[in-house]
Structure formats: structure tokens, C-alpha cells
Write a protein that binds this ligand. Structure first.
Ligand SMILES: C[S@@+](CC[C@H](N)C(=O)[O-])C[C@H]1O[C@@H](n2cnc3c(N)ncnc32)[C@H](O)[C@@H]1O
Length: 192
């Protein structure tokens, strides 16, 4: 991997990167399984992956996206070269960051990808796919059994009313970053 930390363009602000650092990077151990749903061009995957490599942690990251990018603005779609698909853009970014060996890519809907994982197998889950109330609720319910007891569930856009409502209904009281960009909770705190 190159010495330089590569910054990949994306839709996640510094505050959420800070949450990912505190809740995932600094807590991860060798062998941990990290799942990100809704990765777009890979800004958070590349941030977490490079930070882990720098610390010498040998974790595995699964990056899930259908790459339909239905909820991405035209402005943000310009982050990728015209000749590339979004998936190609993501794959190139992962390679540029020296993370091809660490990242497994699953191009599919989040709810389909759930079936690829054993119950109680994921140490860290980061959700930033659909922001539709029903979708977020379905996703959280489907992914929860896959997260280890004591594992961390985090997500983006807690300030979005649809995301907020779904998260509170499924997870109850969660921790939130100061401007509600991100939320997180330990799996053992969940409501039954
Ligand atoms: C808000 S963007 C993610 C931004 C990204 N986390 C970043 O760091 O820039 C949402 C992404 O979720 C994907 N997406 C939306 N609904 C999805 C679903 N049901 N399953 C899988 N991916 C989905 C979109 O294709 C898009 O790339």
C-alpha cells in the first residue's frame, strides 16, 4: 500500500468519519468482519480500510451496493469519470487505496446480501443505503441477527426523519453524533 492516505470523494462528512474511527477502526481486531451497505464510490470503505491497515489490523470488509445510485444527486454522480460505471469507480478507488485484498464487493440489494452472512458473525455494521423509512426498518431487522452480541451497528443520516424514525423504532435509544450525522449502538443494548 502507498504511504499516502488516499481520500475518496463521497457523501459522508468528517463528523461521521470520526464516528467510524471511534466505533470501528479503534475497536477492530484481527479477523473481525466489517459490513458496509450503501458504499457508492467507497469513501467510508476506503477510510476505514486504510486506517485499519495503518494500525496493522487484519480485518475483512464487505462492501454492499446495488450501484443503482437512485438516491444520489446529479452533482455527486460527477465524482466518477463519464466512461466508468459507479461500480468501476468504486473498484478503482479500492485499488488506489491498496485495499483490494481486504475488501469483498457484493453488487446486490442490501436485503439480498443478508443471506450471505451467518448469524452472529459481523463485528461492525455500517448502514448508508436506502433512506426510505420502510427500507431502513426492513434492513435493520434483517441485519440485526447477523451482528455479534457486543458488535456495533452504526449508520448515516440520523437527521433524516425517515431514517431517524426507522432507527428509533427498531433500535430504541441510540448514540448520535453532535449534528445527528451518524448514530451507533452496541448490539447487546437492543430492545427485544
Ligand atoms: C447515500 S449513498 C452512500 C454514500 C456512501 N456511504 C459514501 O461514503 O459516499 C447510498 C448508496 O446506497 C445504494 N443503495 C440504495 N439502496 C440500496 C439497497 N436497497 N441495497 C443496496 N444498495 C443500495 C446506492 O446505490 C448508493 O450508492
Amino acid at each position: 500500500m502507498s504511504e499516502k492516505f488516499v481520500k475518496v470523494p463521497g457523501l459522508v462528512e468528517e463528523e461521521t468519519m470520526g464516528v467510524l474511527r471511534e466505533q470501528i477502526v479503534l475497536q477492530a481486531k484481527d479477523g473481525d468482519l466489517i459490513v458496509e451497505c450503501g458504499v457508492f464510490l467507497g469513501s467510508t470503505v476506503c477510510y476505514v480500510g486504510q486506517a485499519l491497515k495503518k494500525l496493522g489490523v487484519k480485518a475483512k470488509i464487505y462492501a454492499i451496493d446495488n450501484w443503482l445510485c437512485a438516491n444520489i444527486s446529479d452533482e455527486s454522480k460527477q465524482f466518477v469519470n463519464r466512461s466508468e460505471s459507479f461500480l468501476e469507480g468504486f473498484t478503482l478507488n479500492v485499488a488506489k487505496c491498496g485495499l483490494t485484498d481486504m475488501v469483498t464487493t457484493l453488487q446486490m440489494d442490501s436485503l439480498t446480501a443478508v443471506d450471505y452472512f451467518e448469524n452472529n458473525s459481523i463485528s461492525f455494521l455500517f448502514l448508508d443505503a436506502s433512506h426510505n423509512y420502510e427500507d431502513v426498518k426492513d434492513e435493520l431487522k434483517a441485519w440485526l441477527p447477523k451482528v455479534k452480541n457486543g458488535g456495533i451497528i452504526c449508520g448515516h443520516d440520523f437527521s433524516d426523519p425517515s431514517v431517524n424514525r426507522a432507527v428509533v423504532e427498531v433500535l430504541g435509544n441510540v448514540n448520535e453524533s453532535s449534528s445527528k450525522c451518524a448514530y451507533w449502538i452496541e448490539n447487546q443494548c437492543l430492545k427485544n
